[in-house]
Write a protein that binds this ligand. Structure first.
Ligand SMILES: [Zn+2]
Length: 408
């Protein structure tokens, strides 16, 4: 509590203007209704779901609970639990745990800009927590709200938590059936990729690829690395591996570079998906990466291949979504520990390495090896680990959202 007060005081100066205070949360007419002290930014609220157990989650940034009792003791026969917490210093998290997806469509009432209404499921939840599908994923972290347990309702909690334990063991045993992700470390062998300050792109991206592999395995995915050593792969070897192995996702990892005259200015993280572009900068990056890949590739890839691939609409949309999730999570992880990490954005460009893979495919440029400061960071284990974690989280988030779309 003391810490809370100190934090509050320390940040109060700039908080006052921009922070919405969640004053009250109530259950009314089959909805969870949140009431703020003023208007809040609805478009900033992040709504997503997680499975095993199924949860609707809402992160409300720039918001604080008025006091620790807001939202405590909310109970409904339509949810296993309703939890409201100060998830981060300025983020309030709402978690509705229920049995399955129900197309939860929250809204701001027309005449009450200070409120946010979250419909509960139309169905009641069973007494026991029934798991509909065998878990493919590893156990997911839940933001647990520590609340003093009330006397009644204890029994149901006990039943639920027992069921959770069973879930967890199921998930662990089902881990091996996780989806296959192909991670492609760019370049290799005689193809060094970009070089800056004596450091080589091919070494950096292999280190990061191996970290991504560990991060993904920890989350229950299967992982295939296109290379584990410093060797050159022909282009079809990279992408056809993904096809042959029936991978769910293909991620190629690279580092960027600009000529000497710009090296102190240009830095940041970019994520690309395959599509034609008119953007000159994206074209230059694609040209540089393509040149390396095509050198000695010995394939008859033509422009037509790219055009055919570009016409694959749904794959592009999916790749775009994947790129957004990965880019966001990389930035979030890095920015939590480093200052001045630049968001180069999600862009599209005709990368050859993405052409052959008939699944959501992205190319991550983890940073500029030409930029002295960014280069120094890129070669530290900590920075690499945060990038790897971001990529894994982005993949996980993308797949979770994908499942949700299918369920609805
Ligand atoms: Zn590269």
């Amino acid at each position: 509590m003391k810490r809370f007060v100190l934090l509050w005081l320390a940040s109060a100066v700039w908080l006052v203007a921009s922070i919405a205070i969640l004053e009250k949360a109530e259950l009314k007419k089959g909805e969870l209704r949140l009431h703020f002290n003023g208007t809040y930014n609805k478009s900033d609220i992040r709504h997503f779901t997680l499975n095993h157990p199924y949860r609707e989650i809402f992160d409300i940034p720039n918001a604080r609970l008025k006091h620790s009792r807001v939202g405590k003791g909310l109970r409904s026969s339509h949810c296993h639990s309703i939890r409201i917490s100060q998830y981060k210093r300025n983020t309030v998290r709402i978690v509705l745990e229920t049995e399955r997806g129900y197309g939860c469509n929250p809204y701001r009432p027309l005449f009450s800009y200070k409120s946010y209404h979250i419909p509960l499921p139309p169905f009641k939840v069973g007494k026991k927590h029934v798991v509909k599908k065998s878990g493919k994923k590893a156990k997911t972290k839940v933001a647990v709200v520590s609340s003093p347990k009330k006397k009644h309702g204890k029994r149901r909690r006990a039943v639920a938590s027992k069921a959770h334990m069973i879930d967890t063991s199921k998930n662990i045993s089902a881990r091996g059936s996780g989806e296959l992700i192909v991670i492609d470390a760019g370049h290799g062998g005689h193809d060094t990729g970009a070089i800056g300050g004596g450091k080589r792109e091919k070494d950096l991206v292999l280190q990061i690829a191996k970290r991504v592999e560990r991060q993904l395995k920890k989350r229950g995915f299967r992982v295939y690395l296109t290379r584990r050593t410093d060797k050159f792969l022909k282009l079809p070897q990279r992408t056809h591996i993904a096809d042959r192995k029936d991978a769910r996702i293909f991620v190629s990892i690279h580092a960027n570079s600009v000529p000497r005259s710009k090296r102190n200015r240009i830095h940041g993280i970019e994520t690309f998906y395959l599509q034609k572009t008119r953007d000159a900068k994206s074209q230059r990056i694609a040209a540089r990466e393509n040149r390396a890949v095509l050198k000695g590739a010995g394939t008859s890839l033509s422009k037509k291949v790219i055009i055919d691939s570009v016409l694959h609409g749904p794959k592009i949309i999916e790749s775009n979504k994947l790129a957004i999730d990965v880019q966001r999570r990389m930035l979030a992880n890095l920015r939590a520990h480093y200052r001045g990490v630049k968001d180069g954005g999600v862009r599209h460009a005709p990368f050859w390495v993405l052409v052959g893979a008939s699944r959501p495919s992205i190319l991550v440029e983890v940073g500029y090896i030409s930029h002295p400061k960014e280069r120094a960071r890129l070669f530290t284990p900590r920075y690499q680990e945060l990038i790897a974690k971001g990529i894994a989280e982005g993949i996980q988030r993308y797949l979770n959202n994908r499942k949700r779309e299918i369920e609805l």
